[in-house]
Design a protein around this ligand. Structure first.
Ligand code: 13P
Length: 259
């Protein structure tokens, strides 16, 4: 299975800054077998970056889209309009669920829309701090995984990438958060694989890529990537700083060659 290193730039960088940053990354990154480097820039930068990038080195992802393919939806962009620009699309990120009030229905419709358009959805799931405190983590994760996949046919489930991003470990808006320990992540990864196995069978459970995200840095990336169930990382803040993002990619390459 491939290792995915995905940088979520969130609402950062102008079109010009995105282009300069991509240029810098393309100069530094060498394509490596089994390693997929993906960046998710702002929507306004996708068109120009799609012409600029070398897809063998860096592929693009959308951070968001609407699930209808076309129609009277002022201000929205459909995944079918993104088809030639991106290979991946992030769905159900906690910032969209909690700040923009995306519902479970939105999330499952988006996962289905991405697959229908040949784009790989990166479905994010993760519990909040209070859900963890009240011992609800397993139920929340199970509901989010099965809910997000409920419009997907059993044979297509392994085309979805799942990203476990505990909300309490995401370091957005300058909050000081405590990163998750690899042990915390290991438990939830096992739970996700078990849930997939019970519902879709062993093969799907083993072949569905699982990523981790939340305060990933060059210092802790190796700890997560070394987990046997971990197929990659979804990185926010550290993906905005070239030396950090590149260090994480190098670590992934190193561990991949050891596996
Ligand atoms: P940070 O790496 O900044 O905590 O963000 C994680 C994230 O939300 C990636 O999608």
């Amino acid at each position: 299975m491939k290792t995915y290193i995905v940088g979520n730039w969130k609402m950062n960088f102008s079109v010009g800054e995105s282009s300069l940053y991509l240029h810098k990354l393309l100069l530094k990154i060498r394509a490596a077998r089994g390693l997929e480097v993906v960046v998710a820039p702002s929507l306004v930068s996708l068109q120009s970056l799609s012409l600029q990038t070398d897809r063998r080195k860096i592929k693009l992802a959308a951070q968001n889209f609407f699930y209808r393919d076309f129609g009277a939806y002022t201000g929205e962009v459909s995944v079918s309009q993104l088809r030639s620009l991106v290979d991946y699309a992030i769905v159900g990120h906690s910032e969209r669920r909690y700040i923009f009030k995306e519902t479970d229905k939105d999330v499952r419709n988006k996962v289905a829309a991405a697959l229908r358009n040949g784009i790989t959805p990166i479905l994010c799931v993760g519990e909040t701090e209070s859900e963890r405190t009240f011992g609800e983590t397993a139920d929340v994760i199970r509901d989010m995984v099965l809910g997000g996949l409920s419009e997907v046919s059993a044979e297509d489930v392994k085309k979805v990438i799942l990203a476990y991003e505990p909300v309490w470990a995401i370091s957005g808006s300058g909050r000081n958060v405590k990163p998750a320990s690899p042990l915390d992540v290991k438990d939830v990864f096992s739970l996700i694989r078990e849930t997939l196995k019970e519902t879709y069978g062993k093969e799907t459970a083993e072949e569905t890529p699982l990523l981790f995200g939340g305060s990933v840095s060059p210092d802790n990336a190796g700890g997560y990537l070394s987990l046997s169930d971990c197929n990659g990382l979804l990185i926010g803040g550290a993906s905005l700083i070239a030396p950090k993002f590149i260090d994480i990619i190098e670590e992934a390459k190193r561990l991949k060659s050891e596996k």
